[in-house]
Ligand binder design. Structure first.
Ligand SMILES: Cc1cc2nc3c(=O)[nH]c(=O)nc-3n(C[C@H](O)[C@H](O)[C@H](O)COP(=O)(O)O)c2cc1C
Length: 416
């Protein structure tokens, strides 16, 4: 019986274990987690979401405090258009995060960065450009373009000396999105090095509407692969979303996928950035505890635990400190929702806002418990300890379980 380890992901002459740990925003996929994947011969991702905040936590910098100081005068103002990121600071923070990670890299694998277009940061093009360039400058092995169609992202990097040597990939959820991406970026004379096809069961934001349940990852992967064959384009296809066991992964590899991207199983690893008490929430979750909702101000549906503290929280918008989702005109759907509630309940001390959430604040605080559909199966991957909590796993244990397991088996950790 075949297992994942019988396959390799090939980039030119380089061969990798075909397991990629997906980017999980705002330091859920930490440098430590990505570095483990690379050490074990696969690919790990760090994320470029809210990097100044991540840098403050990781390196004791003061980017968030200073930004808040600069824009404090605007906190009570509903118009956030004045709140801008200072590009040199953004570059510095990104370089710090990426260089420290790349310097610590060991082993034959790679570390990529997940770069989301939806982080429009009140100046979409300028901020995206410097984030991409800074990551390349700091030696990242590759960039996965995510959360958006990225129709102009290759041209933004075209003048970088590493544009043709770094691995550049895109996440799509339909063949149409891939066709658009390739057509619009064609003038750069460069194809993506890989395509992640993310299906309807993934964690984080979904590239589908609220009718996500009628889609199937296997069908979208088949469609994308067929189109690539028809066009004679030799681009590795990497399915993602709901691949829970080594056997799930092997089935995709046997059908022609180049690798798989996985994430949810690693949310309960010691290396994952979620606080331990949140990891226990993920372990305990049942299927009925998971929902796909529209609380993200990005406009994309998002999957999360219904018990996420972010849902219903009436947090005052924190754009002066964060502001990552402000569009080119300084707007965010959460600001509108918050102000509506404020106007409707002027006497209320504690507001409740249910339709949208202040995603920057809640992702920063690990209060938006986004997860893949199969989060409720995590309990089958570990042991219950004497105090009733679940044993946290090592990333190596989970990685190797994907790599070597057969027959849909889940390897339990050694008892402590
Ligand atoms: C906690 C969590 C956070 C995520 N954050 C991001 C993100 O910031 N950017 C992104 O492109 N995908 C994000 N994803 C999606 C994953 O990278 C991955 O493609 C997907 O979850 C794979 O499906 P699986 O979780 O069922 O294995 C996230 C997933 C999870 C579970």
């Amino acid at each position: 019986m075949k297992k994942v380890d019988d396959f390799r992901l090939r980039f030119g002459t380089q061969e990798l274990v075909p397991i990629m740990i997906g980017g999980m925003g705002v330091d859920i996929s930490t440098a430590d987690l990505a570095l483990e994947a690379a050490r074990l011969g696969g690919i790990g991702h760090i994320s470029d979401a809210m990097v100044p905040t991540v840098s403050d936590r990781r390196f004791d910098t003061r980017y968030v405090k200073e930004k808040l100081q600069r824009y404090k005068f605007n906190v009570a103002n509903t118009d956030k258009s004045v709140v801008q990121f200072q590009l040199p600071e953004l570059i510095e923070a990104t370089k710090r995060h990426v260089s420290a990670t790349m310097e610590a890299k060991r082993g034959s694998g790679m570390v990529f960065i997940n770069c989301m277009e939806k982080l429009t940061m009140n100046a979409p093009k300028e901020t995206l450009r410097v984030r991409l360039h800074a990551a390349l400058d700091a030696g990242i092995d590759g960039i996965t373009l995510a959360a958006g169609l990225h129709l102009g992202s290759f041209p933004l990097m075209e003048d970088h000396p590493r544009f043709r040597d770094a691995k550049l990939g895109i996440i799509v959820s339909s063949v149409r999105a891939l066709q658009l991406f390739i057509r619009k970026n064609a003038r750069c004379n460069r194809l993506p090095d890989y395509v992640v096809v993310e299906g309807q069961l993934a964690g984080g934001h979904l590239g589908f509407g609220m009718d996500w349940a009628k889609f199937s990852l296997a069908s979208i992967v088949a469609e994308v692969s067929q189109w690539l064959r028809d066009e004679k384009l030799d681009i590795p296809v990497i399915p993602a979303g709901g691949i829970f066991t080594g056997s799930d992964a092997t089935a995709f590899l046997e059908a022609g996928a180049a690798a798989v991207q996985v994430a949810t199983r690693f949310t309960v690893s010691a290396e994952c950035g979620l606080p331990d008490k949140v990891k226990q929430e993920y372990f305990r979750a049942s299927e009925a505890d998971v929902e796909v909702n529209q609380t993200s101000p990005t406009g994309y549906p998002m999957r999360m635990l219904k018990s996420s503290p972010s849902i219903g929280a009436g947090t005052r918008p924190n754009c002066e400190a964060y502001g990552y989702l402000l569009d080119a005109n300084g707007r965010c759907a959460y600001i509108d929702a918050y102000n509506r509630e404020l106007a409707n309940h002027p006497e209320q001390r504690k507001l409740a806002v249910f339709d949208k959430t202040c995603l920057c604040t809640h992702m920063r605080n690990f209060d938006c418990w986004t997860c893949g559909h199969y989060v409720y199966r995590l309990k089958d991957t570990s042991r219950v300890l004497a105090d009733g909590s679940y044993q946290i796993l090592s990333a190596e244990h989970i990685f190797r379980d994907y790599q070597f397991s057969t027959d849909n088996q889940l390897l339990l950790p050694d008892a402590h």
